[in-house]
Design a protein around this ligand. Structure first.
Ligand code: ADP
Length: 608
């Protein structure tokens, strides 16, 4: 297809696939079906009717011909009768006339004719089957040399047929018979078959016989006033000429022609005619077309319905095709989208995997760094504590030495009791020192990946305080511990102690320059005893609002170089976080409050 034609073709295809077009098509098919079915049905109906009519016309024609021909041979038989021969030889003989009249009367009765009479060539009656006067048309017919004619009977109003038989210049035998009985059978037939009318018109186109009495003596076509007058004056008809039937001048013999008679309420009819040439008559059959029309109308609606169903079928098929096309398109789109999505997911998954790997590496690095920092911070705390510790250990050592020397002297002097007391004191001091070193050992140990167990809170607090005792004693810090004895929390004791040492150490540091030094440790039940909040409060200098924002940032410290690393709170928060809690700092009117929550293992009484 050329480029110029393609847009037009596309436009046409779009137009054809529109629902509006299909509705238009359905309408058009309906109209077409209506018209075609109407035409076909009407045509076939008319053909059927005209075939039937032609058949009937033949029947009527042969009927009429048979009726008229029934007496055709009668005049020739009469012609050879001696009585008539005698009369013709002596036409003025009264006896001969009487004898002939009697013979004609007898024959008339036997033959069933209306009248038989003999005239001279001029038309004067010589003898007759009964007294009569010759009809007005006889003279004219004789002059024209006709062998028959029709004339109306003024008395009965019916049509008579006159058969003329010339007798070699001497006279004419006339046989008259009436067509009323035949006409009566037509009327009867017409009454029975409502749809068919029959009429016979003479050479003047005047109806002389009809199955409809009202049509008798009407003119088939149209008669103007002068013609009407002439027909009236011809005396051929017994009554005035009736209205015009206005049938076309020439009617088709077999096809028939649709006519509408000029009467009110007249229905369209199919008119067909048959000429009976020897008699100069036209036989016309008129068949009612109502039934044909009714059937054509029914067929038309049937055709319309058929057209509509074809249109609707086309509409249905095309909508179905369109829906299928849309479905296929949607499926293709969906498949494409699916493929794209899969591609996207694949690429994102790969990216995520990469990111994940990178994060894992970072986490590993961070964990390592955190471990190292934790250890560094412990060491820093240990460093801080070492001065106090040496004092803490030196003092008992000095005391121990003094007590040992004193005991030796007491032993020498035999004072066993005093030695025992000294030894008990020495044992207490050694126990105390070993307690400190045990704590130090566990504190300095690098934390392993232990799963948090259950820790006795009060014991942990006491251990932490013990580790800092030298400092708190030096500063005369008052430690107020208000904790339930049997409370065990979900934490690893060693690491919990590390948190507490950090918090207590910071508190002691903060209270250094304060006149009143109070360290409070409290526990508050949360979640109906399922969790506990531990508060460590001091009456120290506290921090500013600005500093409060940065407390948990690594390497934030206000302490002089060498004293603080700025890691204690970071590490403590991290440890609490691992235990499933959160460490928060809050300013008090005097001092600070550090709080963290933990799961409660049990509140029962336990070894402290
Ligand atoms: P460091 O003790 O090595 O400085 P920390 O992380 O433990 O590191 O503490 C950070 C800072 O927080 C301290 O330098 C101090 O200024 C402040 N701080 C911590 N605890 C208290 C407290 N109880 N009172 C006042 N300031 C505190």
């Amino acid at each position: 297809m050329s480029d110029a034609l393609r847009p037009r073709a596309l436009r046409l295809i779009r137009l054809l696939s529109r629902p509006g077009f299909h509705l238009f098509l359905t309408g058009a098919l309906m109209v077409l079906g209506f018209v075609l079915a109407h035409r076909l049905s009407e045509r076939s109906g008319r053909e059927e009717l005209s075939a039937l009519s032609t058949e009937r016309l033949e029947l009527y024609a042969s009927n009429l011909a048979a009726e008229l021909g029934r007496h055709a041979s009668l005049p020739s038989l009469l012609a050879i009768a001696p009585t008539l021969q005698a009369l013709l030889q002596t036409p003025d003989d009264a006896e001969a006339r009487r004898a002939a009249s009697q013979m004609l009367a007898r024959v008339n009765v036997r033959a069933g004719t209306h009248q038989i009479f003999v005239t001279n060539p001029q038309g004067q009656v010589l003898t007759a089957s009964e007294a009569l006067s010759a009809p007005a048309r006889l003279a004219e017919a004789l002059a024209q040399g006709r062998t028959h004619f029709f004339a109306a009977d003024a008395n009965t109003g019916s049509t008579d047929f006159y058969l003329l038989y010339p007798l070699r210049q001497s006279g004419v035998i006339v046989v008259r018979f009436n067509l009323a009985p035949l006409e009566a059978t037509w009327v009867d037939l017409g009454a029975r078959t409502q749809g068919e009318r029959i009429l016979v018109a003479d050479d003047q186109d005047v109806v002389i016989m009809s199955s409809v009495q009202a049509w008798k003596y009407t003119v088939l076509g149209h008669a103007d006033p002068s013609r009407r007058q002439a027909l009236q004056a011809s005396a051929r008809y017994p009554q005035a000429i009736g209205a015009d039937l206005e049938l076309p001048a020439s009617l088709e013999a077999h096809q028939g022609q649709q006519v509408l008679l000029p009467f009110p309420g007249a229905k369209p009819m199919l008119a067909q005619q048959r000429q009976i040439v020897p008699l100069g008559l036209r036989l016309v059959a008129l068949s009612d077309l109502t039934e044909v029309r009714r059937r054509a109308q029914l067929a038309a609606w049937g055709g319309a319905a058929f057209g509509a169903s074809i249109g609707l079928l086309v509409l249905y098929l095309s909508s179905r095709r369109r829906a299928l096309r849309q479905l296929t398109q949607a499926q293709t789109d969906l498949r494409q989208a699916h493929a794209q999505l899969e591609q996207l997911v694949d690429s994102r998954t790969a990216e995520l995997r990469q990111t994940n790997e990178a994060l894992k590496t970072q986490i590993a690095q961070r964990l390592q760094t955190e471990g190292e920092l934790l250890q560094a911070s412990k060491l820093a705390v240990l460093g801080q504590m070492s001065a106090g510790l040496s004092h803490e250990v030196n003092q008992p050592l000095t005391a121990l030495r003094a007590l040992a020397r004193n005991s030796i002297r007491l032993l020498e002097s035999g004072r066993q009791d005093a030695v025992t007391t000294n030894l008990r004191l020495m044992d207490d001091m050694v126990e105390r020192m070993s307690q400190i070193t045990r704590q130090l050992k566990s504190f300095a140990r690098k934390a392993d990946e232990q799963v948090a167990g259950s820790a006795p809170l009060l014991a942990c607090v006491r251990n932490a305080l013990l580790l800092l005792e030298h400092r708190s004693r030096a500063l005369d810090v008052q430690a107020l511990v208000d904790l339930p004895t049997g409370l065990r929390v979900r934490a690893e004791a060693n690491r919990l102690e590390q948190v507490l040492v950090n918090l207590f150490g910071n508190a002691i540091d903060a209270m250094q320059g304060e006149p009143e030094r109070q360290l409070r440790v409290q526990a508050q039940s949360l979640d109906a005893g399922r969790r506990v909040q531990i508060k460590v409060q001091d009456s120290g200098a506290g921090v500013s609002d600005e500093q409060l924002q940065h407390l948990f940032e690594p390497f934030f410290t206000t302490k002089p170089a060498g004293e603080g690393l700025g890691l204690g709170l970071v590490i403590s928060a991290k440890i609490v976080d691992e235990f499933g809690g959160r460490l928060r700092a809050e300013r008090l009117p005097q001092g600070m409050s550090f709080e963290f929550d933990l799961d409660v293992e049990t509140w029962e009484q336990a070894d402290v």
